[in-house]
Write a protein that binds this ligand. Structure first.
Ligand code: SAH
Length: 215
């Protein structure tokens, strides 16, 4: 895998587009400028890797478009050293962005082949602060809880209770909520043990968050 000057130039252009689309956080934009997104998608799509669009990654799943990744990351207000749980590893690109921002990332995928492939990629790219797991994200990952931040990268039919309970006080959960074609981006802040604040943001379209695992 090679990251050429051409790829780097295309990433600069992508970052300009994301800025124009309203992404303001410079550390998030810098991470996107740094990470070769073409490493996370099939080589057939390599030439278009820096277009603002999703791509198929197998098993009917997609890598989210860069605007969506930037938007969710911005809402998470990532701090260096944060412990973050991601539901929906997919290609691994979102996890790579979080790790590049200095977070320790636990990420869960319910499709075994995607989990295995992306785990290998993290190793090949030396992302040592990302720990991938095969499992059902509705359950979260209790053994490393509580988390500073949790992000769901698939459309959740409801706000998963287990995930709320795995947040630290002042922790943030970001998820696309809804069962239809279009979901609302939601940010939940855990104010206290039993007190949560909910804010609603723009509309997005994600693949569905599904229960159970697949071989
Ligand atoms: N963050 C990914 C987005 C992949 S699409 C990326 O950057 O590429 C969403 C992923 O969520 C899919 O791979 C899908 O299989 C996974 N998913 C859906 N429901 C899930 C669940 N309950 N637990 C874990 N992963 C889930």
């Amino acid at each position: 895998m090679q990251d050429t000057f051409r790829h780097q130039g295309l990433r600069k252009r992508l970052v300009r587009e994301l800025k124009e689309a309203g992404i303001q956080n410079n550390t998030v934009l810098n991470a996107i400028e740094k990470i070769p997104r073409h490493f996370f998608i099939e080589t057939t799509f390599e030439d278009d890797a820096y277009e603002n669009r999703p791509f198929p990654i197998g098993r009917g799943q997609t890598i989210s478009n860069p605007y969506t990744v930037a938007y969710q990351t911005e809402l998470l207000e990532v701090q260096d050293g944060d412990k973050i749980l991601e539901i929906g590893t997919g290609s691994g690109y979102q996890a790579a962005v979080l790790a590049t921002l200095g977070a320790t990332v636990y990420t869960i995928e319910r499709h075994r082949p995607l989990y295995l492939k992306t785990k290998q990629l993290f190793e090949a790219l030396n992302f040592t602060t990302i720990q991938p797991f095969y499992g059902d994200g509705f359950k979260g990952h209790p053994s490393a809880a509580p988390y500073d931040k949790i992000v769901i990268t698939a459309a959740a039919p409801e706000i998963p209770k287990n995930l709320l309970l795995q947040l630290k006080i002042n922790g943030i959960l970001v998820l696309p909520l809804g069962e239809g074609e279009i979901q609302e981006m939601i940010k939940i802040t855990r104010l206290d043990k039993n007190e949560f604040e909910k804010e609603t943001f723009l509309n997005f379209t994600f693949v569905p968050m599904l229960k159970g695992i697949e071989d």
